[in-house]
Design a protein around this ligand. Structure first.
Ligand SMILES: Cc1cc2nc3c(=O)[nH]c(=O)nc-3n(C[C@H](O)[C@H](O)[C@H](O)COP(=O)(O)OP(=O)(O)OC[C@H]3O[C@@H](n4cnc5c(N)ncnc54)[C@H](O)[C@@H]3O)c2cc1C
Ligand SMILES: Cc1cc2nc3c(=O)[nH]c(=O)nc-3n(C[C@H](O)[C@H](O)[C@H](O)COP(=O)(O)O)c2cc1C
Ligand code: SF4
Length: 401
């Protein structure tokens, strides 16, 4: 048909993001849609252009070589890293910034805003001088405190400009909350790839990384930086209800990151992103999960174009969601909740997981005030938000110091 219409090429576009199953999110694995392109290529005599969620240039090269399609028509990997092709050509694949497939770019477009990218802070600002990366006028000693996405971005950008950068991370691994986030069922593993990309860039630009090193005012004085960047992130707080310190109460990060032990019946307190990731992760492993959310909706901190997938998972994994419901007390047997209208009941649980409230770790900003002259704070430490806020702020401080 295409030949009859005189076309030179057919472009394969798969579904639409809000179709019954997401076609473009990170849950779609690399070559999920490839058979469609292969079938089309067999059916027509003109080249087929293909690319949806087919991000890996090596796999794309292989597919092109065996004629699976004729043109790699890829979009978001170039938004995430406009230098992708150059890096491939120079065999620097590990320096490619991965597209995390969360569709922030599209969500902004629907609001009539210029599109931005979760991992590429320059997207949409390429021609603005204040986003430009220039060599530092005066090389300084910079201390970055915290190895989450904000600190990682800031550290390598500052080092790339010629500053001498030390990055301290109190845990034994870089990544911060990217590590628990990588437990998201579906495509969460992309966050590990992002952390790995940052490790490569820290090495490339000679950032001195100190793992297992908690920065204190004493340590900061010892390092004696010209500039300190507080990128200490956020954590879940114990909130004041009776029973909160019982042994079967666990913070969501400990389950997701450390693999803390968990019983078969689970109540997750908080139905925002972290609660959803924890609930879905555990339900997918056969746990019986109840989510307790004070508000009237789940996923209030998830962007609109990505919310529905959680709704689908909650349904498919048979997670019981109690909305407009307040946790009143944690007992040995479970959680006493007050439902809309005032009725109280016990939801049985072997393990209770805290996924709210998120609290910014800001103490160092005060503690370092008389230790370091130039002091900045970025990311969740300012206010618990999202990865893209942390990366953007890390970049902006990295290019300005
Ligand atoms: C389960 C889960 C799922 C998520 N999913 C998404 C998502 O899909 N999309 C999205 O955009 N965001 C998501 N987020 C949120 C996102 O991960 C955070 O907003 C982001 O990681 C914040 O980055 P940050 O660098 O500011 O802080 P963090 O990632 O919190 O990193 C701070 C780091 O500082 C270290 N630190 C703290 N104090 C010190 C000290 N004194 N000395 C040295 N080191 C210190 C900590 O150990 C930590 O590694 C998710 C978070 C979680 C937990
Ligand atoms: C920010 C953004 C804008 C887009 N705009 C259009 C468009 O105007 N017309 C169109 O046909 N597709 C558009 N697309 C879809 C892409 O062309 C492509 O089909 C889709 O992103 C899947 O490919 P990818 O996985 O390589 O991103 C857009 C995608 C994004 C992320
Ligand atoms: S905003 Fe997210 S989905 Fe869009 S290009 Fe950037 S990383 Fe990829």
């Amino acid at each position: 048909m295409a030949e009859q219409a005189g076309a030179d090429c057919i472009s394969i576009v798969v579904g639409w993001h809000e179709s019954t199953r997401g076609a473009l999110g990170r849950d779609v694995h690399d070559d999920q849609w490839l058979p469609l392109a292969e079938n089309a290529s067999r059916a027509v005599k003109i080249p087929v252009a293909f690319g949806p969620r087919f991000c890996d240039p090596v796999k794309a090269e292989e597919a092109l070589a065996r004629g699976a399609f004729g043109l790699w028509e890829v979009c978001r990997p170039f938004l995430a890293d406009p230098e992708l092709l150059h890096k491939v050509a120079r065999d620097r694949l590990e320096e490619i910034r991965p597209c995390v497939g969360g569709l922030l770019c599209l969500s902004r477009m629907f609001r009539n805003l210029p599109y931005i990218c979760a991992v590429n802070p320059r997207l949409g600002h390429e021609v603005e001088p204040e986003y430009e990366l220039r060599p530092a006028r005066i090389p300084k000693k910079v201390l970055v405190i915290g190895g989450g996405p904000g600190g990682l971005e800031c550290a390598f950008i500052a080092a790339q400009r010629g500053h001498s950068v030390v990055l301290c991370e109190k845990s034994e691994r870089l990544g911060g909350q990217l590590l628990p986030a990588s437990r998201e069922i579906g495509g969460g593993r992309i966050f590990v790839d992002l952390a790995r990309y940052y490790e490569t860039m820290l090495r490339k630009w000679n950032v001195e990384v100190r793992l297992g090193t908690e920065v204190t005012p004493q340590l900061c004085a010892q390092i004696a930086p010209d500039v300190s960047v507080v990128a200490t992130g956020s954590e879940i707080e114990h909130f004041p209800i009776p029973g909160i310190h019982r042994n079967h109460v666990v913070i969501a990060h400990d389950i997701l990151e450390e693999g803390a032990p968990c019983g078969d019946r689970v109540v997750v307190l908080g139905g925002e992103r972290i609660g959803l990731v924890a609930a879905e992760y555990l339900a997918s492993r056969g746990k019986q999960v109840t989510l307790v959310e004070l508000g009237k909706r789940l996923g209030e901190d998830v962007i609109a174009t990505f919310k529905w997938r959680h709704t689908a998972w909650v349904r498919e994994l048979q997670i019981q969601a109690l909305l407009n419901t307040r946790a009143k007390e944690i007992t040995e047997e479970g959680v006493v909740v007050e439902e809309e209208g005032g009725a109280e009941r016990l939801v049985p649980a072997d393990t209770v997981i805290l996924a709210i409230p998120r609290k910014a770790r800001q103490q160092l900003l005060t503690d370092l005030e008389f230790v370091c002259d130039e002091l900045y704070m970025i990311g969740d430490a300012v206010k618990p938000r999202s990865m893209h806020n942390a990366i953007r702020e890390g970049y902006l401080i990295g290019i300005r110091i």
